[in-house]
Design a protein. Sequence first.
Length: 211
Amino acid sequence: MKRIIIAVALITISAAAFSQQKGEWRARVRATWVIPDASASITTIGGSAEISKTVIPELDFTYFMLDRFSANLILGTTKHKVTATHTALGNVDLGKVWLLPPTLTFLYHQPVTKCILPYAGAGVNYTIFYGEKGGPAIAKITYKDKFSFAAQAGVDIDINKKFFLNLDAKRLWLKTENTVTAIPTVAGGATVYSDTKIDPWLISVGVGLKF
């Protein structure tokens, strides 16, 4: 029992050096799995939408405004294949598009020990769509840039005074509006409109640095 008490005391003393504090910065580099939960309402031809999953590098910066409260800026860009599904024309390849979704969240951090720091919070996202490339039957496709709500939760696990491991999960409630024009040989080059929910999950693992 005495050995256990000594071990716990040593861990506590060591952990105290790793706690977060007001004015501290953290930077994280993560591998992020982007998993859209897509659906759509398409005029004229009906159907829904399917958006491909992808893995991307992600960077974020956290600033502690108070000992347990921080602002967190998340940066990354993703490329997805988009398909209109179950339409009157069958499944239609709409091509590919890039998304740039900078996200700002405000987080509350609640230490479990001073080496393990879970957090949770929410914020806002603004997604910019760029690099659209239509599928073989598409003459033109556009996406409307949008604001959305974001929620985030995760945990930092200290390795030493400077470096830590990070596990993170985010959800974006993201919608966009599409205009899709077919080539002349498909449905006479008709234009259809769509309200598309993307609503992605972003599941991440990475490493971080305090400074």
